[in-house]
Design a protein around this ligand. Structure first.
Ligand SMILES: Nc1ncnc2c1ncn2[C@@H]1O[C@H](COP(=O)(O)OP(=O)(O)OP(=O)(O)O)[C@@H](O)[C@H]1O
Ligand SMILES: [Mg+2]
Length: 362
């Protein structure tokens, strides 16, 4: 958990210095006051990058030369760490416990976090890329064999695609197949193991929010046929050569979500999609806790968006029950659910953030 968060010259903030609670933290503030920016600062510490499309440079406060963000982290059994990010116009630097030269991966391992932004329904509505990203976040943290294999897979895939694109002879293309199959099968097995676990954990939590409709996850490995990845590569070789890239493989995997028997995209309303995706993230958080003893930090931007009172309350109860540290933003104090009455409250305005002792009234 984050015990203390500091930032300088980050977006609209001149300076941030807060001591969040270990549980729920609520941030309220008007439009353009800096709510999303605060979550973005935390996200930077855990992922080494922004979730906004524009990249890190525009995040330096206008007129400043650099931004810095740092946090004191309490990890398990009394261990503490300090993580920091500094970005000037040329470069970005990550620090862990005062040592520079840390990598993005070090941050990801030290501060696992999940973001639910108002576009979360993309997970269900848009292409498989978002769902692969969702699935692989969990697989990365829980299945140790996954990441090294995924790295090797991507390297081999790049080389194979290069050979296909430049119309090299067949032998140059298939020279990569053995490595692709070896690493790809580990990627696939890791994902399958994780999804199986996710599917076992999901029903109870989804039931609270979606009622009796059963939620199903349907994993598609990214290749066709029942004879394994190696065979799919062989049988698609000519098609790949015509297309100029590799069309089969774990890089095309998908995780379809269905409610009752219909695809979640078609069946559930926008609000329900938000609930469903948030539930999926909460279940992932629980799995990470059970399997690795890590409790990811949950960031939910504009939690009330698209949700009426009933869903807001129900979701808030689930979040409190999940028990980890979270940061939730709201446009108006009146939108903060009753279930969050014990949360620590912060208010953002005029380029600063301050803890408020109780909900400010509108
Ligand atoms: N580099 C920067 N320097 C100064 N201000 C910036 C910078 N980047 C963004 N801003 C400003 O920061 C303000 C806060 O933006 P942010 O998206 O955090 O607001 P918000 O509270 O999430 O608003 P909303 O409720 O509308 O989502 C905006 O007015 C934006 O123009
Ligand atoms: Mg915002």
């Amino acid at each position: 958990m984050i015990e203390r968060l500091r930032a300088l010259s980050f977006r609209c903030f001149e300076a941030v210095d807060i001591a969040p609670s270990a549980g729920v933290n609520v941030i309220t503030g008007d439009n353009a006051s800096g709510k999303t920016s605060l979550l973005e600062a935390i996200y930077f510490l855990g992922r080494g990058q922004s979730f906004r499309q524009s990249g890190p440079r525009p995040a330096i406060r206008r007129g400043a030369a650099a931004f810095t963000i740092s946090a004191d982290l309490a990890v398990d059994e009394g261990r503490a760490h300090r993580v920091g990010v500094q970005r000037d116009r040329q470069r970005i630097e990550f620090r862990i416990d005062g040592e520079s030269g840390a990598s993005r991966l070090d941050l990801v391992n030290l501060l696992p976090l999940q973001l639910v932004d108002p576009n979360v329904h993309r997970l269900l509505e848009q292409g498989p890329r978002y769902r692969r990203h969702f699935m692989d976040w969990g697989v990365f943290h829980v299945e140790h064999a996954f990441f090294p294999a995924w790295r090797r897979y991507r390297r081999a895939l790049k080389q194979r695609n290069r050979a296909l694109k430049s119309r090299r002879p067949k032998t140059d293309v298939i020279a990569w197949d053995a490595e692709l199959v070896r690493s790809g099968e580990i990627v696939d097995a890791s994902r399958r193991a994780y999804i199986e676990y996710l599917e076992r954990k999901l029903p109870a939590q989804a039931k609270q929010l979606l009622g009796d409709e059963a939620v199903h996850l349907d994993y598609a490995p990214g290749w066709s046929g029942d004879d394994g990845f190696g065979s799919a590569l062989v049988s698609h070789l000519e098609q790949d050569r015509r297309a100029g890239f590799t069309q089969q493989g774990p890089h095309r995997a998908d995780l379809r979500v269905s409610v009752a028997s219909a695809s979640a995209r078609d069946w559930v309303s926008r609000g329900q999609q938000k609930i469903l995706t948030t539930v999926l993230l909460l279940v992932q958080a629980r799995i990470l806790y059970e399997r690795r003893g890590l409790q990811p930090i949950l960031l939910i931007d504009d939690m009330a968006a698209e949700l009426g009172r009933h869903y807001r309350e129900a979701l808030a109860e689930e979040i409190v029950a999940a028990g980890g540290q979270c940061f939730l933003t709201f446009l108006e104090p009146a939108l903060v659910p009753e279930a969050l009455a014990d949360a620590r409250m912060f208010h953002v305005e005029h380029g600063g953030i301050a803890q408020v002792s109780r909900r400010p009234t509108c």
